[in-house]
Design a protein around this ligand. Structure first.
Ligand code: GTP
Ligand code: MG
Length: 205
């Protein structure tokens, strides 16, 4: 496709649709790259930061902000998908079950899903609920890559430690990429590396 990091998000990404039911999933067949992770981990912020489009995905300090699968189109090249966060304890149970079900169905059953970026808060590392999702992805053979978020909130030494820790845990997971990315949407760090990972994903297939 001849993609490079300067033109990856040209034309400017646009919101396409929000999906609350499997039946509404786009049928266009464009490759998809999804951002998944616990509630409040920084998925929507990272989509805005990496695309350079402020306000593209809705960010909030209230956990559970993204309540649908939001699709953003980058011309006719590919779509980014902002998934609802999982593991948010305070949401009503029926709602949680409904989202979790939809997220898992999407993750397991989507032919054009090229890679999942699974976001992990660099202050907290992989939690049991993340392990569960990783196991689901392993079982379904959906390739995913771990991305540490909010690295501006920790020191360089802490980052090294959590990177080593996360790398170690990732080796137990068959569908997980060995390279762990480190990002800060706030400080715009790690974004070029993330773009390169997206390009690699789109070009391999
Ligand atoms: P849900 O949609 O609720 O699952 O959340 P999300 O994962 O999309 O997180 P969102 O991007 O909405 O960010 C949650 C909070 O974390 C907001 O207050 C953001 O401003 C903050 N945040 C996100 N990324 C960063 C970062 O890199 N650094 C810092 N310091 N804060 C961040
Ligand atoms: Mg969000």
């Amino acid at each position: 496709m001849g993609l490079n990091i300067n033109t990856l998000f040209t034309p400017v990404p646009e919101f396409l649709l929000g999906v609350v039911d499997e039946k509404q999933l786009p049928t266009s067949g464009f490759p998809e790259i999804a951002f998944a992770g616990r509630s409040n981990v920084g998925k929507s912020s990272l989509i805005n930061a990496v695309t350079g489009v402020k306000g593209l995905a809705r960010v909030s300090s209230t956990p559970g902000r993204t309540q649908q699968l939001n699709f953003f189109g980058v011309g006719d090249k590919f779509n980014l998908v902002d998934l609802p966060g999982y593991g948010y304890a305070k949401a009503p149970k029926a709602m949680v079950d409904n989202w979790t079900d939809l997220i898992l169905r999407y993750l397991k059953g989507r032919a054009q899903l090229k890679r999942v970026f699974l976001l992990i808060d660099s202050r907290h590392g992989i939690k049991p609920v993340d392990e569960n999702v990783m196991q689901v992805l392993d079982t379904a053979a959906v390739l995913y890559q771990l991305v540490l978020t909010k690295t501006d909130k920790i020191s360089g030494a802490e980052l090294e430690k959590i990177l080593a820790d996360t790398r170690q845990k990732s080796t137990q997971h068959t569908a997980c990429f060995p390279e762990i990315l480190a990002t800060s949407s706030e400080k715009k760090q790690g974004l070029d590396t993330l773009k390169k990972a997206i390009i690699q994903t789109l070009e391999v297939f």
